[in-house]
Design a protein around this ligand. Structure first.
Ligand code: SF4
Ligand code: SF4
Length: 346
């Protein structure tokens, strides 16, 4: 498996990494087996998060006795010093390791959140202290907002950035990736398969393989998925004319409906979490049903049903997406899926 240098961290990581969201859906035994299959194929970059319920613990069990040579990345969505300290302790305990190679601030998509993280004696200070104590080796950030991501890269405070990048959400190729190269910030590709929206792995990964200095972390649920993707990484990287045509067809089909989760459409007067609702079909592929039909997803989908059709969001969406139409479709789909799930559960 090819390795690349992850920006100024100077860490060498496998170009194909492991995204730890989908193993939450599996039994613990199956989750451990999937992670181990990834390791056996030469994957050395493992990404998880405090927020991914069982993921850290399962990864910890899978890598027990095999820590050497692995680069472990996890994240915290906390915006307070105390919260970061608590999450870091939990991550070290769940992963059963003495140190985390890359600790990332999770989902920083507003300027306010970025400022809070960088406040004196704030979350970044907690991470810096942990770094001095050897509990963290490097610091990164993840974001869905292009403007915030660019600011974070320019700040010089982060060694890596994780951002959505695929042949539909391909905006990073123009500015963010060149900016990362300029500042020597490692680029980790979030959602190489567009959060489960792209089924054609060959086209999706061959598109990304033209960028030699990015690490990709597809979410992996089954051994066959990582086996299929690993084959693409060692095969011919050039797209065939048929694959080029397929990429264009998918762009035409999905590009007009694909939400980049930038949140430029906010604020919604009904407080509908628009990007979450727009991407809810992808959650169904990655999350266990008990999470899909409860908590913040359920609350958000219920809010979506209160859309007044005002159209304010569509005026603000830079991609001119038919937000109202998509929200109505998602609400209908969610109600049907929930009814079906509840029917199965009794
Ligand atoms: S159309 Fe619906 S989702 Fe969009 S801003 Fe208005 S209420 Fe919110
Ligand atoms: S609907 Fe448009 S503006 Fe809103 S998050 Fe999606 S892409 Fe961004």
């Amino acid at each position: 498996m090819e390795k690349i240098r992850l920006g100024k961290t100077n860490m060498m990581v496998s170009k194909l990494g492991f995204g730890g969201i989908p193993i939450q859906r599996l039994s613990e035994e199956d989750a451990i087996a999937v992670v181990r299959r990834c390791l056996s194929l030469g994957v050395t970059f493992i990404d998880t998060a405090n927020g991914y319920t069982t993921s850290e613990e399962r990864i910890g069990k899978a890598i027990a006795g095999r820590r050497r040579g692995l680069i472990l990345a996890t994240k915290s969505g906390s915006r307070s010093r105390e919260g970061i300290e608590k999450h870091l302790n939990l991550s070290l305990e769940r992963l059963a390791v003495d140190s985390i190679d890359l600790y990332q601030f999770h989902g920083v998509s507003t300027f306010e959140a970025l400022e809070t993280i960088l406040e004196a004696k704030g979350p970044m200070a907690a991470v810096e202290d942990a770094k001095k104590a050897g509990r963290i080796k490097h610091v990164g950030i993840t974001s869905h907002s292009m403007d915030v991501a660019k600011e974070a890269v320019k700040s010089g405070q982060f060694e890596t950035i994780m951002f959505p990048f695929n042949f539909i959400t391909n905006e990073p190729a123009d500015e963010l990736l060149p900016l990362c190269r300029e500042h020597d910030v490692g680029f980790i590709v979030m959602k190489p398969l567009a959060g489960g929206m792209l089924d054609n792995a060959t086209v999706a990964f061959k598109y990304l393989l033209q960028f030699p200095d990015v690490v990709m972390i597809p979410g992996i649920e089954h051994a066959w998925e990582i086996e299929e993707i690993a084959r693409i990484f060692v095969g011919p990287k050039q797209m065939t004319p048929a694959e080029e045509a397929e990429m264009q067809r998918l762009r035409d089909e999905l590009g007009t409906k694909f939400c980049r989760r930038c949140d430029y459409c906010q604020p919604c007067p009904q407080e509908i979490p628009i990007s979450m609702v727009m991407n809810s079909a992808g959650f169904a592929k990655r999350l266990p049903p008990e999470r899909l039909f409860s908590g913040w997803i359920s609350t958000g989908m219920e809010r979506a049903a209160t859309c007044t059709d005002c159209g304010d969001c569509e005026e603000r969406c830079p991609y001119h997406l038919p937000i109202r139409e998509i929200i109505a479709e998602r609400v209908e789909w969610y109600d049907e899926a929930r009814t079906q799930y509840q029917g199965q559960a009794v």
